[in-house]
Design a protein around this ligand. Structure first.
Ligand SMILES: *Cc1c(COP(=O)(O)O)cnc(C)c1O
Length: 393
C-alpha cells in the first residue's frame, strides 16, 4: 500500500541535471550565454524547427509572439476558453481584442467548424481576424491540417500554444517544429514535460519573426551591424523597440539541455501510463476519457477524465476531496477563461457563451500523470478512483 502523495503532475530531477546546473554555476556565465545558445540549438534539432528563442517563461513567449506579429489595438485575436489564463492574456498585453471559439468536447481542442463560421461572420461584417492561438489541450494536438488551411484561405496568423504538447505529432510531423503554425510557444514550468524551474521558448521557421523576438527579449536592443543606423564602435547598440528583460539564466538552460535529452524517455513513460489508464477505465460508464484527434499522436501532459455526473450520487467536489483524503491530488483544467471576473466585467462574457468548454469544466479532473509513476502507483491510483466512483454512483 502506498503512502506517497500523488499530484497531477511533477518534475523529474536526476543527478545529471544537478551536475549540469552546478557546472554552469561555477563557470563565468550565469545569465543568458553559451548554455542558452546550446539549449536553443538542441530545441531546433529535437523538433526540426529553424529558429528558437529561450526566455524566462511560457507567458513571456506568448507575449513576444503577439508583439512580433504586430498585434495592436483594433485587431481581433481568437483563442479557446479551455486554456490557461496566459494564452488569452497575451492578446491583451498587445492591446488587441480577444474573443473565444468553443472547443470540440471530445478532444478538448478548438472546434475548427465553429472557427470557420466565426471568421465568415467577421468577414460579412467587413472586419477580419488577425490571428488565432490554438492550444494542444493536455498534449492532444489540434487538427493542424484544417487550421493551416483556414489560415491560408482567410489570411490570419496562426500561433500554436504548445505548452502541453512537446513531442506531439500531427500526420507524423512534430507540431513543435512550427511547420503548421507561424510560431510556437513552449513552457518549462515544473509540471510540463521538461523543466528549467521557470522558462519558455518560441520556435519558428520565420527568420524575421525570430529576429524580432530576440530583440524584444532584451530591451529592444540590437548590435546587429546590418540593422544599426550609425556605428560608434564595438560598444555601440541601438534600441529599435520597447522591449523587456525576458532572459533566462544559463544555469536554467543547462538544466533544460539535460532535461531535453531525456524527453523521449519521458514521452514513452507518459504514453505507457495513458495506455494503462485507458485500459483500466474502459469498462466503466461513469467516466469518459478524451478522444485523440484524427491523425494526432498525443503527448500526455495531462490525463483528463470527464465524469458522468448524471450517474453519480456525490458532487465532483466531494469526489475530489475523497481522492485528496487518499493522497491523490487531482486538479481541474481549466476554469474557462471567459468566466473569470476580469473577462466578465471588462468584456461582458457570461455563462452559456461557450457551452462545450463550460460543460468540460464541470466534468473534468486531471489525474496523476508524470514519468516516475510505476505499476504499484498506477494500481493504487486507479483502485482508489474506481472505489470512490463506485461509492459515488
Ligand atoms: C503553462 C502554460 C502557459 C504559461 O507558461 P508559463 O511558463 O507558466 O508562463 C501558457 N499556456 C498554457 C496552455 C500552459 O499550459
Amino acid at each position: 500500500m502506498s503512502h506517497l502523495a500523488y499530484s497531477y503532475g511533477k518534475q523529474i530531477i536526476e543527478s545529471e541535471d544537478i551536475q549540469a546546473v552546478l557546472e554552469t554555476m561555477q563557470s563565468s556565465w550565469l545569465t543568458q550565454g553559451p548554455q542558452a545558445s546550446r539549449f536553443e540549438d538542441a530545441l531546433c534539432t529535437r523538433f526540426g524547427a529553424r529558429h528558437s528563442t529561450v526566455l524566462s517563461s511560457g507567458t513571456a513567449a506568448l507575449h513576444l509572439i503577439g508583439l512580433a506579429l504586430g498585434w495592436k489595438p483594433g485587431d481581433l485575436v481568437l483563442t479557446v476558453p479551455l486554456t490557461f489564463l496566459a494564452t488569452a492574456n497575451s492578446v491583451l498585453y498587445a492591446g488587441a481584442r480577444v474573443d473565444f471559439v468553443d472547443i470540440d468536447g471530445q478532444t478538448g481542442t478548438i472546434d475548427v467548424n465553429q472557427l470557420e463560421a466565426r471568421i465568415k461572420e467577421e468577414k460579412q461584417r467587413g472586419s477580419g481576424v488577425k490571428a488565432v492561438i490554438a492550444v494542444d489541450y493536455a498534449g492532444n494536438p489540434c487538427d493542424w491540417t484544417s487550421l493551416r488551411m483556414l489560415a491560408d484561405k482567410y489570411e490570419f496568423q496562426l500561433v500554436d500554444d504548445a505548452c502541453h504538447a512537446l513531442g506531439a505529432l500531427h500526420k507524423g510531423k512534430e507540431i513543435c517544429s512550427s511547420v503548421f503554425a507561424d510560431a510556437v510557444s513552449l513552457s518549462f514550468h515544473p509540471v510540463k514535460h521538461i523543466t528549467t524551474g521557470e522558462g519558455g521558448a518560441i520556435l519558428t521557421n520565420n527568420p524575421d519573426l525570430d529576429k524580432r523576438v530576440k530583440t524584444l527579449r532584451t530591451h529592444g536592443m540590437t548590435k546587429d551591424e546590418g540593422l544599426l543606423s550609425e556605428n560608434h564602435g564595438p560598444w555601440y547598440y541601438e534600441m529599435h523597440d520597447v522591449g523587456f528583460n525576458y532572459r533566462i539564466t544559463d544555469f536554467q538552460c543547462a538544466l533544460g539541455v539535460a532535461q531535453l535529452s531525456r524527453l523521449d524517455k519521458f514521452l514513452a513513460s507518459r504514453r505507457e501510463i495513458a495506455a494503462y489508464y485507458d485500459r483500466a477505465f474502459e469498462k466503466y460508464d461513469f467516466l469518459d476519457t478524451l478522444r485523440t484527434t484524427t491523425d494526432g499522436v498525443h503527448a500526455y501532459h495531462l490525463y483528463p477524465i470527464l465524469l458522468r455526473q448524471d450517474r453519480m450520487k456525490v458532487s465532483k467536489k466531494d469526489f475530489f476531496l475523497r481522492l485528496q483524503a487518499r493522497n491523490i491530488f487531482t486538479q481541474v483544467h481549466y476554469i474557462p477563461v471567459h468566466l473569470q471576473p476580469y473577462y466578465r466585467k471588462k468584456f461582458g462574457f457570461k455563462p452559456g457563451d461557450f457551452p462545450a468548454a463550460e460543460n468540460f469544466y464541470h466534468r473534468e479532473l486531471s489525474i496523476p500523470m508524470y514519468p516516475s509513476l510505476v505499476a504499484t502507483d498506477l494500481n493504487y491510483i486507479t483502485r482508489c478512483l474506481i472505489e470512490e466512483l463506485e461509492v459515488a454512483t
